[in-house]
Design a protein around this ligand. Structure first.
Ligand SMILES: C[S@@+](CC[C@H](N)C(=O)[O-])C[C@H]1O[C@@H](n2cnc3c(N)ncnc32)[C@H](O)[C@@H]1O
Length: 355
């Protein structure tokens, strides 16, 4: 690929900003040095940080994936926060050579809502609704003014409440309950992705929000703070410079109006994550694939999990390349792909039985 499309690519290279031309020319003329590339329409087991460099340069029309979010799932226990950042930075950088000029990298991710931060000052909550004793902070302050030598036990006796109530009225409740639990805050990840993508050579092109099912059960703080429940994620679209085909005919006019042109997408989450801890719904890769690619183009997911992106690619007659670190997910994805392929053949009348 590196050499045989050179005239087409040279045209694009000359139109790129000067500072990018050197890197591009190197990449297109020399490729990535591999003699054979990862086969298409297969799921490969291994680390994305290694296998991505084995994909044919300039071949992937769209890479769409949802990485570990650093929220304590089983498949991400091998990562510290620093490792997690490095993983995403490396993976994004490795995409630049393999995505086609004019192609896209789309990342589905959420902010980290419970990010432990040892340095964060304790949030003090004056939990009005939880007060059982009628003693107010003003009562305590007045008592202290009148009896400045009293300790908290004497103040409690005077006011007819417990010494914990005196403490709480003076110093507030800790919002997380346990005194020694580290504080947690929100970690906003969009800025990190933007930085790494730009460093790799991509340009931020679009961002959308996916409204999913509200995760009330995860919001153990919701009754004692102003924090909202977890009910949306992001889709960040990054573009590799080159010629991009714009074809609104990929969607029907209704689809274009309802979601193609919309910044907010709303569809349910996967209701039962019984076989994989964090699947995204089929609708997510289906929409991205239909919006950004044509039939037969290559769609990549290097955090393939249970195989959702591959199934979306098969259903829409695209080719796919899948990667996942965990053998059990690779086995699962392959089985699901097999079933999905059979179902498609049956639906198209090309076979009448499921093996
Ligand atoms: C959020 S899940 C993806 C779920 C997938 N979108 C689905 O619908 O099933 C992230 C996946 O990344 C995989 N993973 C974690 N570290 C990886 C690495 N270094 N290389 C490749 N895959 C990795 C995990 O095994 C997990 O299946």
């Amino acid at each position: 690929m590196a050499m045989n499309e050179q005239s087409h690519l040279n045209f694009q290279i000359d139109r790129l900003p000067k500072e990018l031309q050197g890197t591009f020319r190197e990449l297109y003329v020399n490729g990535n040095g591999h003699k054979s590339y990862l086969p298409k329409n297969q799921i490969h087991q291994g680390d994305a940080r290694i296998l991505l460099s084995e994909i044919e340069p300039n071949s992937v029309a769209l890479s769409v994936w949802s990485p570990p979010y650093f929220v304590g799932k089983e498949y991400e226990t091998y990562l510290t926060f620093a490792d997690w950042q490095k993983l995403l930075e490396i993976v994004i950088a490795l995409h630049f050579p393999i995505v086609k000029p004019g192609g896209f990298l789309v990342i589905n991710i959420a902010d980290i809502l419970c990010f432990r931060d040892e340095a964060m000052p304790r949030i003090q909550a004056d939990a009005v609704n939880k007060k059982r004793s009628p003693v107010t902070r003003e009562d305590v302050l007045q008592a202290m003014a009148r009896y400045p030598t009293y300790n908290r036990y004497q103040l409690a006796k005077l006011l007819g409440c417990s010494e914990q109530t005196i403490d709480r009225r003076l110093h507030g409740n800790n919002i997380r309950g346990g005194k020694y639990e580290p504080q947690t805050r929100v970690k906003i990840v969009g800025g990190l992705l933007e930085e790494w993508a730009i460093k790799a050579g991509f340009y931020p092109y679009d961002r959308r929000v996916w409204i999913k099912d509200a995760a009330w059960e995860n919001s153990r703080w919701a009754s004692l703070s102003y924090r909202s429940v977890d009910e949306f994620e992001y889709l960040y679209f990054f573009w590799k410079p080159g010629i991009t085909k714009y074809d609104r005919g990929r969607l029907s006019p209704d689809e274009w109006r309802d979601w193609g042109s919309r910044g907010v997408w709303q569809f349910p989450s996967v209701r039962v994550n019984d076989d994989h801890e964090a699947k995204f719904p089929l609708e997510l890769p289906l929409r991205v694939i239909r919006l950004l690619t044509d039939p037969n183009e290559i769609v990549l997911d290097c955090f393939m999990g249970s195989g959702t992106t591959a199934i979306a690619a098969i259903q829409t007659n695209r080719q796919y390349i899948g990667i996942d670190l965990e053998e059990k997910y690779v086995t699962m994805a392959r089985a699901k792909i097999e079933t999905s392929t059979q179902m498609k053949l049956i639906a198209e009348g090309k076979t009448s039985y499921v093996t």
